[in-house]
Design a protein around this ligand. Structure first.
Ligand code: MN
Length: 405
């Protein structure tokens, strides 16, 4: 049962400022590659059970496509893709090079979509694939034809598209489009694209094909989520993401960042149950052994935490003062937190004291605040136990309900 999120009716108000000219985007689909590119993170390997659990959660959340793996890679990988395809309601995708064995393995796995790719940049054609541009086009066309012959949805990726001769990029896109490819993915394989230039590439590819357009972005310069959103602004229907942004090198666009930007800032309903995002992030954090940084957007433990006096006092009165105003912790299944430390002010201390069952005077709040700030400067963190100790030492009376407990 999906809980639909109520849009805040005050949303428009927040967009009367500098970002009032937000570009409209159409329906948005999310292609999750946590189990494929995400698992290609250095030093990461998911067990069969971890893969099943991640896939089941993504499916339950209504993620549009799950790229479950690279079936030809190993028997275990084939089995995982196959079992996930059978167990989920959503579209499951298997990856394949433009090689017969890969395509057949992906088709045999029962994946509902085959994603086939070939390098198109000269550097990769020469020093990774050892093939010519002509070979690449020929093999891409044959591979797409085979998948379509089998009646399976087909996605084609010109790998390293953003470092490919733009004329050749359009040439190969047109060639696979002629044989009926369903999706063209534009991969920024090495993470070099900047949003404006990437948007132009997406628009050019979109204009050259009847297939739907998808983007695959990497975070080498921290542009992955920005480029995914720019893709949507320029005609892409789908973006490839991974939970916690894990993936090759600096990783992929983060599922949670792209989904929440689209839902909150653009006001587009993806159909995804965003209230499971925080739990999904924890599942992948555990399974991947890659810790989520505290300041990670959306799912970091500081994403909805406030310490400084001005911010905490504002947020206690109205969370919209110092949060986005369009994304709440409830929307992503998280909780807002008021952290006590050296930057704390009296409003947050009063709130903590009252919640702990104390009934302090203004003077007593000031006394405890002073101790919190000193302790915070010294120890970096102040626990609930510290605050209660300070309250008792300041002889603050407990409320009748607290005494009764
Ligand atoms: Mn990638």
């Amino acid at each position: 049962m999906i809980r639909r999120l109520r849009r805040t009716p005050r949303r428009i108000e927040f967009f009367q400022g500098t970002i009032a000219s937000n570009i409209d985007i159409g329906p948005v689909r999310i292609f999750d590659t946590t189990l494929r590119d995400g698992e290609q993170s250095p030093r990461t390997s998911f067990s069969y059970d971890e893969k099943r659990r991640i896939a089941a959660t993504l499916d339950d959340m209504n993620t549009h496509v799950i790229e479950a793996g690279f079936p030809v890679n190993s028997e275990a990988e084939f089995e995982a893709v196959s079992d996930i395809a059978a167990a989920t309601d959503t579209t499951v995708c298997g990856l394949a090079r433009v090689v017969e064995g890969d395509i057949e393995a992906a088709l045999d796995s029962g994946a509902e979509m085959v994603h086939t790719f070939v390098s198109t940049s000269d550097v990769q054609l020469e020093d990774s694939m050892h093939a010519t541009r002509e070979d690449a086009v020929e093999r891409a066309v044959e591979s797409v034809e085979r998948v379509k012959e089998a009646g399976v949805e087909c996605m084609f990726s010109p790998m390293d598209a953003t470092r490919t001769d733009p004329e050749f990029l359009i040439e190969i896109v047109e060639a696979v489009s002629e044989v009926g490819v369903d999706w063209i993915n534009i991969p920024d394989t090495c993470g070099v694209a900047m949003p404006t230039a990437f948007g132009e590439t997406v628009a050019a590819v979109d204009a050259a094909t009847d297939a739907r357009v998808d983007v695959h972005t990497h975070d080498d310069f921290g542009m992955a989520a920005a480029n995914a959103v720019t893709g949507f602004e320029n005609g892409a229907d789908q973006a490839q993401v991974s939970v916690n942004g894990i993936g090759e090198r600096a990783g992929n666009a983060a599922y949670e960042e792209v989904v929440m930007a689209v839902e909150s800032v653009y006001g587009v309903d993806t159909g995804i149950d965003t209230t499971q995002i925080t739990e999904l992030a924890r599942i992948v954090e555990d399974a991947s052994d890659i810790p989520v940084p505290a300041n990670k957007p959306v799912t970091g433990r500081n994403a909805f935490a406030h310490e400084s006096g001005i911010h905490a006092a504002g947020v206690i009165e109205n969370a919209d003062t110092f949060e986005t105003g369009v994304m709440t912790p409830e929307m992503v299944g998280a909780e807002r937190e008021f952290v006590l430390g050296k930057h704390t002010g009296t409003h947050a201390v009063r709130k903590h004291l009252e919640e702990a069952g104390f009934d302090p005077t203004d003077d007593q709040v000031r006394t405890v605040t002073k101790r919190v700030k000193e302790h915070g400067a010294d120890k970096q963190q102040v626990t609930a136990g510290d605050v209660e100790r300070f309250a008792r030492e300041a002889d603050i009376p407990e409320t009748e309900e607290a005494v009764a407990r």
